[in-house]
Design a protein around this ligand. Structure first.
Ligand SMILES: Cc1cc2nc3c(=O)[nH]c(=O)nc-3n(C[C@H](O)[C@H](O)[C@H](O)COP(=O)(O)O)c2cc1C
Length: 309
């Protein structure tokens, strides 16, 4: 059985990637999860400098999901390279670094530093975090902003470049297209949906940043639809995510068009989810006589669905 998937010049041993912000820098989970058994680890978003993030409370549970406004707390790219990357390499993890920036120049500089470091396998460009005031989603909500930042980073790195798209736009596929035109090797989607939760007794928002990003099973059908739409619009591979909690969910994204998937919020519920996801996928492949997982990608049968209605 062939579980490998190809993202640009990168071959992942299987399609399961830990989603950024939900798996620390990977090393925190190394005693629980064999990092080398994952397709990849997308580490927490990194700026040039360290960041505190927003004050608590920064997380609240919602029906079938969670709202967060961490505010991209992080140790900065240089400390990551010095302190975390060596252990990730020693654990033979496939390392995807989530790159943040408040300016285009910062995205370029962080990416340049990572490209010079030993052991980074790909860059995921975070142009979609809803929880910061400058940069980030402002690039990801503008077609020219998306093109410009991807294009600028493309010039300084040979690493596989994966812009991460926001779902907080009307037509996400046009953003996938802009990213492809600018030289992206793949796109990943979705980041979280802008959302708000209030305490009706105090009439105050439940997180300090007032609004935050919604993730978890609540967003899954919207995310699957967006992956499906992007698949019609671009040729580069798509990495799908949003509410994956079991193997069926992962397979759903792949059938809709995702070459690989990321799992975020579910990891907080069950950090030991990874072998279960892999077992579920391989038993599905056995049952459906699929020798290569890549053969499943984008095989949604829309015609049959319509005639059945
Ligand atoms: C607590 C938390 C922190 C996150 N931090 C990041 C981040 O640093 N960079 C990023 O691109 N996405 C971040 N995300 C978004 C996830 O990577 C993912 O896109 C989103 O949560 C949808 O997937 P899920 O429903 O499986 O969690 C974060 C999500 C959560 C819940």
């Amino acid at each position: 059985m062939d579980l490998s998937v190809t993202i640009g010049s990168l071959t992942l041993k299987n399609p399961l990637i830990a989603a950024s912000g939900c798996f620390g820098y990977g090393v925190e989970y190394a005693d629980l999860v064999d990092l080398a058994s994952l397709g990849g680890v997308a580490v927490k978003g990194l700026f040039l400098a360290e960041r505190e993030g927003h004050p608590a409370p920064r997380i609240v549970e919602t029906p079938a999901g969670m709202l967060n406004a961490i505010g991209l707390q992080g140790i900065g790219v240089r400390r990551f390279v010095d302190e975390k990357l060596p252990e990730l390499r020693a654990r033979r993890a496939t390392v995807i670094v989530n790159v943040c920036g408040t300016t285009l120049e910062e995205y370029v500089e962080v990416s340049r530093i990572l490209s010079d470091a030993e052991g980074v396998d790909a860059i995921e460009l975070n142009i979609s975090c809803p929880n910061i005031k400058e940069g980030g989603i402002q690039f990801g909500c503008s077609l020219t902003g998306t093109f410009d930042v991807v294009n600028a980073v493309r010039r300084v790195t040979r690493l596989p470049l994966i812009p991460k798209l926001t779902p907080n736009v009307t037509d996400v596929s046009s953003f996938a297209h802009a990213a492809e035109d600018a030289g992206a090797d793949a796109v990943s989607l979705v980041n979280t949906f802008l959302a708000m939760v209030l305490d009706v007794e105090t009439r105050r928002p439940k997180i300090s940043n007032v609004v935050g990003g919604l993730s978890g099973p609540a967003i899954r059908p919207i995310a699957v639809r967006m992956v499906y739409e992007c698949r019609q619009a671009v040729r580069i591979p798509i990495i799908g995510m949003g509410g994956i909690a079991d193997a069926r969910d992962a397979l759903e994204f792949m059938i809709a068009g995702a070459a690989a998937v990321q799992v975020g919020t579910a990891n907080f519920v069950d950090p030991l989810i990874w072998p279960k996801l892999l077992d579920g996928i391989t038993s599905y492949m056995e049952r459906h006589k699929i020798a290569k997982i890549s053969d499943l990608v984008g095989t949604v049968d829309v015609q049959a669905e319509m005639s059945d209605v």
